[in-house]
Each structure stands twice: as structure tokens, then as C-alpha cells.
Design a binder for this molecule. Structure first.
Ligand SMILES: Nc1ncnc2c1ncn2[C@@H]1O[C@H](COP(=O)(O)OP(=O)(O)OP(=O)(O)O)[C@@H](O)[C@H]1O
Ligand SMILES: [Mg+2]
Length: 619
């Protein structure tokens, strides 16, 4: 028989499709408790109340069973009607009481549970936003969403429902067991036989169930990952006719979930029938002893029937404890996925006593800065030395993959340099609060980041407390006012997810308005015109120049349109600065920069420049 059982509770077959999401490291139910019990603190008073209900309810149940005994021994056996009305009235009272207690218990349980859940969800969400950008580079969004919505609920199952459930069942078992011993201690002893067999079964199953639940949670995460990646890129997928491949990818993960769920169900569903079997065997034994006791006149018929009813009632909490322990282990598997998230710490943190930046002048200095991305070995930036005077514009030029965007990430302190220092107005960025630093910076990127809200909301994201006049001024300066007011709902037009309802040039002008309204002393532009055609680029250049005026600006540009009038230009080659100077100086150098420039501005004369080293590849 155990052979069959073992084959039934084997982990899910994987069909060659690995889960996209790793199983979180194991942590026991006790660890889940240690971590999250403090979160239940505000609800402790209510928890006590629900525990009181939990204790009262079985006592009332016991009253009902004892009434049943009175009914048999005083009314049914003597066939005497006179006592019946009183017994009947008592039954009605007890039933109403049981109902009221059940309602109060359920509602209170749900109230505590939901509020706890809200607290946990918001806590995990807030924690995710404290994590550094490097965390989001590594993690898959779908899996995070699945943890935030699904797995958080598991903690409630362990910490609140689990506790209340265990206490409720234990109290019921104790009360009913006491009643059994009061009714007939010999029968009560006989009924204890089933207990060890029950615990042995529970122990065997607990581990299996936990493994199966871990797989189920990981599979749920995988489905969310594929769905998020796939639906988030619907345009790309449809344009390249990849629907079939995506469906296959989704189907494989979905099927993996089917196998995992089935494996978990096999384990869970096998558990109850086994417990049932043990239970029936126990009852039959007791019935045998009971008939003998009845014949010997040690017990009345009413007491024997009441005994059997108690025993039947006891079965439910015993089985409840069993299924609770299995769901508890399942929930622990999910809670581990939350613990794993909460154990992630931001790699970029504010020092204990950050140096106040105020409104910085904007003097930037990079000294011997080198950088390697975490978990990689090749340095992306090597020994960068750069000085930017306040109000000046520095252009960064270089081939794709040279490390230009990475340099901006260091300035925003999304990462800290592996070696060397970056200072702003003489303060090492590590000594400042990253929040204060970023408040002094406005950005416009190649891929415009728009939130799914109205145009006004997107511009005001740059400075939430700006007035309506400031909003209009920024939109005018960004040459965006005209197209915005031409839209049916003007500033209150929704831009769609990631701004999909607007054209690339319109999105970019909104991004410029947002940077404009922020009015930050530092401005970082990462190829702000790269995704635009020549005409749209021309429309964006004027507002961009307005934005740059008077701010310390670092601009990355491929097509060199915003570059030629920069105060200094640096050329990055494989993460090293190979050329520094003004446009005229670099042209005179006749090296990479000159080559790049002539690519974009083909010379009319036959003065073609070729690079003397490397291959200034341009995308
Ligand atoms: N999060 C990351 N983790 C690991 N490596 C990364 C990460 N981001 C970028 N890289 C690597 O760092 C190198 C420089 O990337 P970066 O984005 O800075 O290039 P870039 O000069 O901005 O290129 P482009 O002009 O194409 O935007 C690339 O080789 C890239 O593979
Ligand atoms: Mg880049």
C-alpha cells in the first residue's frame, strides 16, 4: 500500500519545462511566525476576543449534546411527553446561541484577517520601492506581482487564521475529550487508540505537502512572468507574428502549474481518506466496547448515544487540525517567498548622517571612477576622470555599449562606483541622501517614461506642488501646449499605459515639460531625440535648448545634434575616455569623434576622416 501512496505523492513531473521562478529558500512555520507575529500586534485585542468566542462555542455545543442525552433518557426511553416542551425550548435557545456565536466568530475572523492582509501588502509594496534599481534589473516583474497579490495572503493563513484555527480545534478536542471521560472513562480510554495512528500519518504527509506547495507557488509565479512579459510587449509580438510561440511558452508554464496542482492535490486528497479510515476503525472498536458496557449496565442508552455524538463531533476538530497543519505548511512555502523579498536590502542607501545638499550649484567631479555591474566580471567603466563646471553642458559620445547610460546611472546613484568617487559641489554622492540627490536632477530619456494618467499628472510628476500657471509655462516652453490643447480633453487626456496613445515626439515633449517644471539644477539627457525622425527631432530641439540653458547638463547623443555646441565633449570607448575637448578640438583630433561626426554630416569636400584606431560603430 505504501508503494502506491509513495508514487501518488511524488513531486510534479516537469515535462522538460523548468519553472521560470526559483523556489524560495526554506524557512519553517516557526520562522514565518517570528517574522510576522509583530505585524499582528495592532489586532491583538481583537484576536483575544475571537479566542474567547473560540472557547465559548464548544461549551455551547457540549450543552446541545448533553440536551440530547436528556432527550433520550428522560423523554424517549420512558416515553414521557411532559418533559419534552422544556427540552425542545432549550434546543431552540442553544441553536440560536450557536448561530450567533458562529456569525460573530466568522465576521471577526474576516475583519482581522483582511486588515492584517492590507497591512502586509502595503508593507511589502513599500519595501519593494526602497530597493535599488539593481534589484529590478535582476527580478522578473510578473513574479513580483504574483508574490505581492497571492503569497502575501499565505502569511495571514499562517499567522492569524492558522493560530485561531489551531486554538479553536484544540479547545474543542479538550472540551469534548473531557466530556467523554465524564460520561464513561473506560470508553474514553478505548477511543484514544486512534490518536497515535493519526499523528504518524500526519507526520508522513506534512513534508510531502510542503514540497508540493512550493512547486505550486513557483509555477503560479512563472505563469505571471510569461503573461506580464508577453502582454506587456503585445505590439512587438503581433508585429513579428510571435503569437504562436508566446502561446506555447504560456501553455508550457500553465501545464506545469496543472501538474504541480495535481501533485499537491494527490497528496492533500490522500490524507483525508486515510484519516477517515483510521477514524472508522476507532469508532467500530468503541462501538464494540460500548455494546458490552450497555449490556453490563455500566452506561445508559442516552449516555452511550451522547458519547458517540461527542466522538463524531471530535472527529471534525481532529481532522481540522490535520488539514490545518497541511495548509500551514503550504502557506509557509508561500510566506517564504515574501520573506525572501523582505530580506532584500537596498544596495544604495542613505548614510546615517547625510550631508545636506540643499539646491546644489551643479559642480560635478568624477575621479578615477570605475564600475562593474553586480554579478558580472567585465568592467563597464574604467578610470573615468571628468570635471563639469556649474551651468555647463557636457556631451557624452561613443559607440553603443560604451557605457554612456551606465555613467548616468552612477550620477543618479542607482549604483555606486566600484572604485573612485563622484562628487557634487564637493560632496561625495555616497555621503548624501539619494532622495535629496535625485530631487536636484531632472531627466529626459530615450524611452520616455510616462505613467498611465492624464497629461497634467505626467507633467506634474516632475513637481507635484506646482501651480496651474507653472504647468502651462512648462508646457509652453516644451512646445507641447499647442498639441495638448488640440486633444479632445486637453490636459486631462489620459496617455494610456506607458503613453501609448501619444506619438513618440509628443511623449518626448511631455517629458521635456516634466523636466522643465522640476526646475532642477542638474539635467541628464539620454539620447532624447534618438527615437524621433528628423522633423520631430527639429520640433524637440528648440525646447531642449531652452531646458538646457542655465543648468549643469550631461547629454548623451548619437546623432550629435545636441552636441556640437556643448562646452565639452567626451568620447567613451569601451568604458574609457579616449577624447576630451570642444567640437572644434575633437574635429581637429581627427579620431573617433571626427569619424562619427562625418558619418552624420557627410563632407561636401573630399576630406573624409577615418578613425586611426578601433571601429567607431554606430547604431
Ligand atoms: N543592468 C545591467 N547589468 C549588467 N550589465 C549591464 C546592465 N546594463 C548594461 N549593462 C552592460 O553594460 C554595458 C554598457 O551599457 P550602457 O547601457 O551603459 O551602454 P550605452 O553606451 O548607453 O549604449 P547605447 O548607446 O546602446 O545606449 C553594456 O555592455 C551592457 O551589456
Ligand atoms: Mg544607452
Amino acid at each position: 500500500m505504501w508503494g502506491v501512496v509513495r508514487s501518488l505523492v511524488r513531486p510534479a513531473p516537469v515535462d522538460g519545462v523548468g519553472s521560470l521562478v526559483e523556489v524560495a529558500p526554506a524557512a519553517g512555520v516557526r520562522e514565518v511566525f517570528r517574522r510576522f507575529w509583530p505585524d499582528a500586534r495592532p489586532f491583538r485585542r481583537w484576536l483575544w476576543l475571537s479566542l474567547v468566542l473560540v472557547v465559548i462555542t464548544p461549551l455551547v455545543d457540549t450543552g446541545a449534546v448533553l440536551l440530547f442525552r436528556v432527550l433520550v433518557d428522560r423523554v424517549l426511553v420512558p416515553r414521557d411527553f411532559s418533559a419534552f416542551p422544556l427540552v425542545a425550548a432549550a434546543f431552540v435557545v442553544v441553536t440560536v446561541l450557536v448561530g450567533a456565536l458562529a456569525f460573530a466568530g466568522q465576521y471577526l475572523g474576516a475583519w482581522i484577517g483582511e486588515h492584517f492582509l492590507h497591512r502586509m501588502r502595503t508593507r511589502v509594496f513599500a519595501h519593494l520601492h526602497t530597493l535599488s534599481v539593481s534589484f529590478f534589473d535582476r527580478r522578473r516583474l510578473g513574479d513580483l506581482l504574483s508574490r505581492l497579490t497571492g503569497d502575501v495572503a499565505a502569511i495571514e493563513n499562517v499567522v492569524l487564521s492558522g493560530v485561531v484555527g489551531i486554538v479553536a480545534n484544540v479547545v474543542r478536542i479538550v472540551v469534548f475529550a473531557a466530556a467523554l471521560f465524564v460520561l464513561d472513562w473506560r470508553l474514553a480510554l478505548a477511543s484514544l487508540i486512534a490518536v497515535p495512528a493519526f499523528w504518524a500519518t500526519a507526520r508522513v504527509f506534512a513534508r510531502r505537502i510542503k514540497i508540493a506547495s512550493q512547486e505550486v507557488r513557483a509555477r503560479a509565479g512563472s505563469i505571471a512572468v510569461v503573461a506580464e512579459e508577453s502582454l506587456g510587449n503585445a505590439t512587438l509580438i503581433q508585429a513579428y507574428g510571435r503569437e504562436g510561440a508566446e502561446l506555447a511558452r504560456f501553455g508550457a508554464q500553465s501545464m506545469g502549474s496543472v501538474h504541480a496542482e495535481l501533485a499537491a492535490t494527490r497528496v492533500g486528497a490522500l490524507f483525508s481518506p486515510l484519516v477517515d479510515l483510521i477514524h472508522v476503525l476507532g469508532i467500530l472498536t468503541i462501538l464494540g466496547v460500548g455494546i458490552w458496557e450497555l449490556a453490563a449496565g455500566h452506561i445508559s442508552l442516552g449516555a452511550l448515544l451522547a458519547f458517540l455524538v461527542f466522538l463524531a463531533q471530535m472527529y471534525q476538530p481532529v481532522q481540522g487540525l490535520g488539514s490545518l497543519s497541511t495548509s500551514l505548511f503550504g502557506a509557509a512555502a508561500a510566506a517564504e517567498r515574501i520573506i525572501e523579498l523582505l530580506d532584500e536590502h537596498p544596495t544604495v542607501t542613505a548614510p546615517a548622517h547625510p550631508v545636506a545638499l540643499g539646491r546644489p550649484q551643479g559642480a560635478l567631479r568624477l575621479e578615477h571612477v570605475s564600475f562593474t555591474y553586480p554579478d558580472t566580471t567585465t568592467p563597464v567603466l574604467t578610470d573615468i576622470n571628468l570635471t563639469v563646471a556649474p551651468g555647463q553642458t557636457t556631451a557624452i559620445v561613443g559607440a553603443s555599449g560604451a557605457g554612456k547610460t551606465t555613467l548616468l546611472k552612477l550620477l543618479l546613484r542607482f549604483y555606486d562606483p566600484t572604485a573612485g568617487t563622484i562628487t557634487l559641489d564637493g560632496t561625495d554622492l555616497r555621503e548624501a541622501d539619494p532622495g535629496h540627490l535625485r530631487a536636484a536632477i531632472a531627466i529626459v530619456l530615450q524611452e520616455t517614461l510616462l505613467l498611465d494618467g492624464t497629461i497634467a499628472e505626467n507633467i506634474l510628476a516632475g513637481r507635484p506642488d506646482a501651480t496651474h500657471e507653472q504647468l502651462l509655462t512648462a508646457a509652453h516652453a516644451a512646445d507641447a501646449h499647442e498639441f495638448i490643447t488640440a486633444l479632445p480633453e486637453g490636459y486631462h487626456t489620459r496617455v494610456g499605459q506607458r503613453g501609448r496613445l501619444l506619438s513618440g515626439g509628443e511623449r518626448q515633449r511631455i517629458a521635456i515639460a516634466r523636466a522643465m517644471i522640476r526646475d532642477a539644477p542638474l539635467l541628464l539627457l539620454d539620447e532624447p531625440t534618438a527615437s524621433l525622425d528628423a522633423q520631430a527631432t527639429q520640433r524637440v530641439l528648440t525646447p531642449l535648448r531652452r531646458l538646457i540653458t542655465g543648468r549643469t547638463t550631461i547629454v548623451i547623443s548619437h546623432n550629435l545634434l545636441t552636441v556640437t555646441d556643448a562646452d565639452q565633449i567626451i568620447y567613451l570607448h569601451h568604458g574609457r575616455i579616449t577624447e576630451t575637448g570642444t567640437h572644434a578640438q575633437l574635429l581637429a583630433n581627427n579620431h573617433h569623434y571626427a569619424y562619427l561626426y562625418h558619418l552624420h554630416h557627410p563632407p561636401t569636400l573630399a576630406s573624409t576622416a577615418t578613425p586611426s584606431a578601433g571601429n567607431g560603430a554606430v547604431t
